[in-house]
Design a protein around this ligand. Structure first.
Ligand code: GLU
Length: 412
């Protein structure tokens, strides 16, 4: 099993071969420009803990490509964050924004930290230090951070506040902000809603009816996807997170589960279902991996019962697992399409900040669904024409668009 970065790069290479980009655009260095980030920013941030002692953190911001617009992408706080992971996530952002036609490039940030081990005041100091160090590198027309795993509207508010101490007040410097600070209605829910929107499109294609859903990961993406399924009357029969797995063949009470998670810190011990030993092979028709990279691997792919997988997380399926799933005829809606709802509504937030005019949540959702359905149809069409998977089709579309822009921009 390669690293996530190796996997991401090899798929870009394969796509470039499939599209014969080397032959069509000789001398354009497309592979190099797509696989090596424009700028790698790495630094250490020293933060005072509440006890008075100091702690040093490894921090990253990778600006992958700005061919299609300002750099864009979230900031991840997780103990396993490292340079290669952030590079892979930044590359995926470039492909994602191109695929869903928003005027951005791709970036990603991260800090190697388990945010649960810090107090809110310690976290605030860390976020402010991180922002201060990046103040020349971010901006509404340069690079626009957003939430990712381990961060939320609270951290975005601190970034906005710290940035405006040093630069002109600009709401559009960061997205995923609290509503009171120029955030968009529907942003918090957008990734989960987008996952469900693409799931509905794929289920329609497969002719699935009355299907059951299993969700891996119950953070912002997984829990909002679960809530959306619940609201639509689609049964969520299994959920797992780092604390455990719970199943109920009659459907889990998702609002009650969210309450349980908020009170106890996880879904373990949720009284509305039974604990489950092996989550990926539990019976369900649709599986939504909404946790981390490399969760569906050669070791567990063969046991998966679902006919449809919709990737709420970035990079949850390894290339080996992808092959196994393809041979089992499981349809996989790839991450850069399935979880693009978050960055699409980030774009809407940025537009609203620039206009100073704020939209109703219904408008946000309708515009989100229209864009995602269109992107799904384009990916499906490309995949069918080229006789490839949806993932390969999505990469073809995204890469063609980026390369077109590279060529149009000229070489001077
Ligand atoms: N972190 C999210 C992603 O991976 C959202 C990024 C954004 O809104 O800029 O797509």
């Amino acid at each position: 099993m390669g690293t996530v970065l190796e996997n991401a790069i090899s798929l870009v290479q394969k796509t470039a071969d499939l599209l014969t980009l080397g032959k069509r655009y000789p001398g354009m260095q497309i592979i190099e420009r797509m696989t090596i980030p424009d700028k790698v920013i790495m630094f250490r941030a020293t933060v005072q803990l509440d006890t008075g002692s100091l702690k040093v953190f490894n921090c990253y911001r990778i600006q992958h490509s700005d061919v299609l617009g300002p750099y864009k992408g979230g900031i991840r706080f997780h103990p396993e964050v490292d340079l290669d992971e952030v590079k892979a996530l930044a590359l995926w952002m470039t492909l994602k924004t191109a695929l869903v036609d928003i005027p951005y490039g791709g970036a990603k940030g991260g800090i190697t930290v388990d945010p649960k081990t810090l107090t809110p005041t310690e976290l605030e100091r860390l976020v402010r230090k991180y922002t201060f160090r990046l103040v020349n590198d971010i901006g509404p027309n340069i690079d626009i951070p957003a939430p990712d795993m381990g961060t939320s509207a609270r951290e975005m508010a601190w970034i906005f506040d710290e940035y405006r101490k040093h630069r002109d007040s600009a709401y559009g410097v960061v997205t995923g902000k609290p509503i009171a600070l120029g955030g968009s209605l529907g942003r918090k829910e957008a990734t989960g809603r987008g996952v469900v929107c693409t799931m509905l499109e794929a289920a329609k294609e497969l002719g699935l009816e009355n299907y059951t859903v299993g969700i891996q990961g119950f953070g912002n993406v997984g829990s909002h996807a679960a809530l959306d399924c619940h609201a639509r009357g689609i049964k969520v029969t299994g959920v797992s997170d780092i604390t455990g797995s719970v199943q109920n063949p009659d459907g889990l009470d998702i609002p009650a589960m969210i309450k349980h998670r908020d009170q106890t810190g996880g879904i373990e011990g949720f009284p509305g279902g039974k604990p489950l030993a092996d989550f990926t092979s539990a019976p369900c028709d649709v599986l939504l991996p909404c946790a981390k990279e490399n969760m569906i691997t050669a070791d567990n792919a063969a046991g998966i019962k679902a006919k449809l997988i919709v990737e709420g997380a970035n990079g949850p399926t390894t290339p080996e697992a992808d092959q196994i799933l393809e041979s089992k005829n499981v349809l996989v809606v790839p991450d850069i399409l399935a979880n693009a709802g978050g960055v699409i509504v980030s774009y809407f937030e940025w537009v609203q900040n620039r206009e100073g005019f704020y939209w109703e949540e219904e408008d946000v959702n309708n515009r989100l669904f229209t864009r995602l359905r269109k992107a799904y149809a384009c990916v499906r069409d490309t995949a069918t024409r080229k006789k490839v998977s949806l993932r390969q089709g999505a990469y073809c579309l995204a890469l063609e668009k980026i390369v077109r822009a590279m060529v149009d921009r000229g070489v001077q």
